[in-house]
Design a protein around this ligand. Sequence first.
Ligand code: R1P
Ligand code: URA
Length: 287
Amino acid sequence: MARIPESELILNPDGSIYHLNLLPEMISDTIITVGDQDRVARVSRHFDSIEVQVAKREFVTHTGYYKGKRISVVSTGIGTDNIDIVLNELDALVNIDFVSREALEPEDRISLKIVRIGTSGALQESVPLGSHLATEYAVGLDTLMQFYPLMETGYETEIAVNLQLALGLGFLPYCVKGSDLLREQIAYDMIPGNTFTCPGFYAPQGRLLRLQPKIEAVIEKLSAFRFEDVRFTNFEMETAGIYSLGRLLGHEVLSLNAIVANRITHQFAQNADEVIDDLILKVLDRI
Ligand code: R1P
Ligand code: URA
């Protein structure tokens, strides 16, 4: 394997990886990601013991044991640009030798189990506030996959092409499915759904405070969009990035959404923290 130069695999003076500030031994192969750095402690407060607590910028990591299982919780901040950093650096921690700066041979590579616990807005009236929704297909309305050769199935490409037409977008979105295995293991009693990952919280999700939309009636178009029996249930800002980099790097990935807003009924949950805390406990017990 080729040696990866200092400018590509950037290590801090203590040998930790550039943004996450972690050494390889500091993470488990079972990882929970959350957007909000304050949510990391809401997960780790359930641990029996915490062995690692590291923070840099919005990337906070706690590693510890929950009922005897070693788990890491990592905050990603908001957006797929951050997911590019977090997924590449987590993968580097387990699949690159930091001394030789070489990627491990395929037979030695580790496949991480990565579960996102995030908040999300519903796009269908039938998805109630306070529910937990597991994403099957995610569509990225951002441009991250313009820079990686994502291996989409023909079916995924058809969803993306039809959506591009429906919205009149000047670029092709990307579509990617998460891990069936993890969904069956962890999300068996959650609402199954398909998710739009947006490159913003406002206009890209049809929210306009003082600005005018470039695409008219985004909510109505996205809520009405269907391809065969796939319809879309919710909006958020990371899942498609996690699913596509997970596929490219060989990790098992699942995104779980605490529904805190409903964009059709115009409601926002008053008990969002409770809904997230319930989801955290479900994941810890099942992961
Ligand atoms: C927007 O408020 C943020 O909330 C959702 C979106 O994906 C975006 O990151 O997820 P988190 O609650 O995990 O941050
Ligand atoms: N997160 C989002 O990205 N959108 C919502 O509506 C709620 C949470």
